[in-house]
Design a protein around this ligand. Structure first.
Ligand code: SF4
Length: 694
């Protein structure tokens, strides 16, 4: 029995885990958090929550937290605690020295999808106004950057089209490359409720996830495609819709360019895009694909939800565009119950992208080459902004290895553990002269850092997160920062040390600046959020109540754009040495690389990553359930224990990546999305053999 004391007061704030963005009442006794209670008025969760948001906050007071800044001359030296003022002065002088010695473009910054919109905005501002280049990127690079590109091309803006309430009016739901039961549990509950009311489900996933078959819910179709063949299966779905005349001509004529549609339709109608022809790539029986296409096109309101199983591929952007094509050809866009919806992995992936974290975009997805947009920020910030896109994360690391990139500020992100090709990331970091890690814990990247700046948890700051439905939710400070400064204050102090005249007294003033410079946020302020509870952008003169559904009367880009999506096989090939395909995912009780959940006692019940393998493949290799196995790819190897299952087909293996010992990214390749460099985490050719353990 755990004794829980009586709370003295409570503060409404937002969960800092996944992109559902659940609202909670943090019940407090003084500075002690007594419990997190799901807030019944939360507009994203309506009183529901999952185990992570409710119980996994103990990390914020874990003994591993570093509370004092530290510096060292070389990464082989021991850390030396310093005052905050010494740390800020050191960082400023190092970055200025490096730029003087190696040039303006030799430094950059990485924003975090875990931090608030206001903190993200300040990091990109520091890079653009302080470093005077566009070398800013975000951890969204390795997850949803293809969403940014693909939806931007097709619809004109990079965001999910619906609110979560929309699911209540869906008749057919496609889930592709997502496992909402584990990854987005509160959304999964709402989806299951709708399915129990009679809506139909189509799951496109190499693995039989829980949503395929769970109590009282069974998918009408599960298309268990071979990893890496999303584009082939989506284009074959479009083939059926076009060749069987199931398209929505009235919608297409009104909302899209008819001649572009005709060009695209003749492309998808080619015989090599038929389900029968695609079957040899995808492994999915053609009759299943034909049935799923007919159901989606004719079953009423059709909605598509997708996750990282779509984006983390060499054709991630193409896959997003193929999904957009399906929605447009069936007219499933612009009203409740339909749409295209990326399920964002981290709490503020949407917000970090909105805030100008990409090297080619200013806040609000406006290209850096646009003179009028640069002019707005130049006047406000009093600096000239380069019109050249800066470096993406992989380009920064390449340039570091080449000796031209020397200084990096990383806020709230462990690139050594979360980015692909760990050896290359380590080589890039090791070649730099000043790596500044700003985080709660001494993460893996900090092994290569020269400066460590302690971070603050979501409980210790004010700000906003933007969830997967574009909902801007308030994050409210429930206790003082244990390290002395909230993250936005740390970035401001760094900027001041570099000579920038920043003087924000509270994050609400940063939001006021965002609203003044970003049309889709024009009416957003902390007062307005307090009054409305939350709002979904665009929130401006045209949409004063916010925008639950996008593209209602027309697409943001004008006409919706059909784009040809030719399947191109990944360069990652199986063969005699590496005959199996590895794909990855996560479980309910853990979160990403586990930095927070592993430091919270409540969720320690799942203590290791396991390799799921089909009985046929296990038997061939003499592997029994629970045995240690060696997992080898062209990039590296690791050891973990086997879990024999029929959730994966023969030829496919699967693991999670929550524990650093597993080092899944030692295994993954350095192939990436052609448009955005998002790593191809979801397809790696491997061999599995018995092992004695790590
Ligand atoms: Fe937090 Fe996501 Fe769970 Fe909601 S569903 S409580 S946002 S982790």
């Amino acid at each position: 029995v755990i004794e829980i004391g009586q709370p003295e007061h409570s503060v409404v704030t937002t969960c800092a885990y996944c992109g559902v963005g659940c609202s909670f009442k943090a019940e407090m006794r003084g500075e002690e958090l007594v419990r997190m209670v799901p807030w019944k008025d939360g507009q994203a969760n309506r009183g529901h929550s999952c185990v992570k948001g409710r119980f996994a906050y103990g990390y914020s007071s874990h003994k591993d937290r570093i509370l004092n800044p530290m510096i060292r001359d070389k990464i082989t030296d021991p850390w030396r605690e310093v005052t905050w003022d010494e740390a800020f002065a050191h960082v400023a002088s190092e970055f200025r020295r490096i730029q003087y010695q190696y040039g303006r473009d030799s430094v950059g910054g990485i924003t975090s999808s875990r931090c608030t919109n206001e903190e993200t905005y300040l990091v990109q501002k520091l890079v653009r106004a302080g470093f005077r280049n566009n070398n800013v990127d975000t951890c969204a690079r390795v997850c949803h950057s293809p969403t940014g590109y693909g939806l931007g091309q097709a619809f004109g803006t990079s965001a999910g089209t619906q609110n979560f309430d929309s699911i209540d009016q869906s008749d057919v739901v496609i889930i592709i490359g997502a496992n909402p039961t584990d990854g987005h549990p509160v959304f999964a509950s709402r989806l299951k409720k709708r399915l129990r009311q009679g809506a139909k489900l189509i799951v496109i996933d190499p693995r039989r996830t829980d949503i395929v078959r769970s109590p009282h819910v069974e998918a009408s179709y599960h298309l268990p495609l071979k990893p890496g063949t999303n584009v082939a299966i989506l284009t074959s779905l479009a083939h059926v819709i076009v060749t069987e005349g199931l398209f929505n001509e009235a919608f297409i004529r009104e909302r899209c360019d008819w001649s572009e549609f005709e060009d695209w339709a003749s492309f998808v109608a080619e015989p090599h895009h038929s389900p029968e022809a695609a079957e040899k790539f995808t492994g999915v029986p053609a009759d299943l694909v034909r049935g799923a296409a007919r159901l989606y096109a004719t079953g009423g309101n059709g909605a598509i939800y997708y996750g990282l199983g779509v984006t983390e591929h060499s054709q991630g952007s193409t896959t997003v565009m193929a999904i957009a094509n399906l929605a447009m050809v069936t007219g499933n866009i612009g009203r409740p119950g339909v749409g295209v919806n990326p399920l964002r992995g981290q709490n503020n992936v949407q917000g970090s992208c909105d805030m100008g974290s990409f090297p080619h975009e200013l806040p609000g997805y406006r290209h850096i080459s646009d003179d009028a947009t640069r002019d707005i920020f130049e006047k406000l910030w009093g600096v000239k902004i380069s019109n050249e896109p800066g470096l993406r994360i992989p380009n920064m690391l390449d340039a570091a290895v080449d000796g031209t990139f020397k200084g990096l500020y990383v806020q709230g992100e462990d690139i050594l553990q979360s980015d692909p090709d760990t050896k290359h990331v380590a080589a890039g970091l090791a070649a730099m002269e000043c790596v500044v890690v700003h985080d709660l814990f001494l993460n893996e990247t900090a092994n290569y850092a020269h400066v460590f700046l302690p971070g603050s948890s979501f409980l210790e700051k004010d700000g906003t997160f933007t969830n997967a439905e574009r909902r801007i939710n308030r994050v409210r400070k429930v206790m003082s920062p244990k390290n002395g400064y909230a993250d936005w204050e740390v970035t401001q102090k760094m900027a001041q040390a570099m000579g920038l005249a920043w003087n924000y007294n509270h994050p609400c003033e940063i939001m006021d600046e965002i609203a003044a410079t970003t049309p889709s946020f024009a009416l957003v302020s902390y007062d307005y959020l307090d009054k409305m509870g939350s709002v979904q952008w665009p929130c401006n003169e045209a949409h004063p109540q916010g925008s639950p559904i996008m593209h209602v009367d027309g697409f943001v880009r004008g006409k919706g754009k059909f784009i040809r999506t030719e399947y191109v096989a990944t360069d990652e090939r199986t063969g005699p040495r590496f005959p199996l395909l590895l794909t990855t995912g996560r479980i309910l009780s853990q979160y990403n690389v586990g930095a927070q959940t592993r430091r919270t006692e409540n969720v320690v019940w799942h203590s290791e990553d396991r390799l799921e393998i089909h009985a046929h493949d296990a038997e061939q290799r003499g592997i029994r359930d629970g045995d240690w196995v060696k997992l080898v790819s062209r990039s590296g190897d690791t050891a973990l224990r086997a879990l024999i299952t029929d959730r994966v087909a023969p030829g496919v293996v699967y693991t999670t990546f929550h524990h650093p010992d597993t080092q899944a990214n030692v295994i993954t390749t350095d192939f990436s999305d052609w448009a955005t460099n998002c790593p191809e985490y979801k397809v790696t050719a491997v061999q599995v053999s018995p092992s004695n353990g790590p």
